[in-house]
Design a protein around this ligand. Structure first.
Ligand code: ADE
Length: 233
């Protein structure tokens, strides 16, 4: 059964596709799924697009239509915890939706009727991903912990400081991970995610965002995925 590799930005997807010798396209749910091999292992590579709903649709299609055995997300994020700097890498242990608030009916951040606010990534797959990051990017600072997802590109110091105060454990913010983590929880499919820090989610966050993805993050994604599939059992 294949491993799914998901990215939100097409530059990262292109870097991963370049590693595959035999990919062919299948269209489902309005998306292009690239089915083939990487280091002899079956993979399905897909662009989730941006935001939680797009990510949830993608994860559901991967599981229902392509029967994937595990999902790995690779992308970028804005650092919010002190010391999580541009160019660092974050490996997720848990995800939370920072923009989910059904209070006072349910506690802030809790996903209604799940009794949970945080969804853990798969411990074994996450350890493998962590090892792949350290192998692929020696010298890069790697953090591990909570990632906060929401349907907002956080681009002001005021907002990132407010998030940091409300969620002191959160290392960084992005827009997809918690949705995929919830879908994978629903289906019992292992999930792991890695994010390169592209910005500090402050007033300069959007500056050279696209250039950073093209020059740094897409290279990181390809190197990490390459190392993960080369080393996977
Ligand atoms: N992905 C990368 N940077 C981000 C930010 N500042 N906010 C949300 N998602 C991001």
């Amino acid at each position: 059964m294949p491993t799914a590799i998901v990215s939100a930005m097409h530059q990262e997807l292109a870097a991963v596709l370049a590693l595959m010798p035999d990919e062919h396209k299948q269209v489902a749910a309005g998306r292009e799924f690239w089915v083939g091999h990487l280091h002899g292992r079956e993979v399905v590579v897909v662009l989730s697009r941006i935001g939680k709903v797009a990510a949830a649709t993608t994860a559901t299609a991967l599981i229902e239509r392509f029967g994937v055995q595990r999902i790995v997300f690779t992308g970028v994020a804005g650092g919010i915890a002190p010391g999580v700097a541009r160019g660092d890498v974050v490996v997720a242990d848990q995800f939370l939706q920072h923009d989910l608030d059904a209070s006072p009916i349910f506690p802030r951040y809790e996903v209604p009727l799940y009794g949970l606010s945080r969804f853990a990534t798969d411990a074994v797959l996450t350890d493998r991903l962590d090892a792949a990051v350290r192998h692929a990017l020696p010298g890069t600072r790697v953090h591990r912990g909570l990632i906060a997802s929401g349907d907002r590109f956080v681009s002001s110091a005021t907002e990132s400081q407010a998030l940091q105060q409300a969620l002191p454990e959160a290392l960084c913010v992005e827009m997809e991970g918690a949705a995929i983590a919830q879908v994978c929880h629903d289906y019992g499919v292992p999930f792991a995610a890695v994010r390169t820090i592209s910005d500090r989610a402050d007033d300069d966050a959007h500056g050279d965002f696209v250039q950073f993805i093209e020059q740094v993050a897409s290279r990181h994604s390809a190197a990490i995925v390459d190392a993960l599939l080369m080393r996977s059992a």
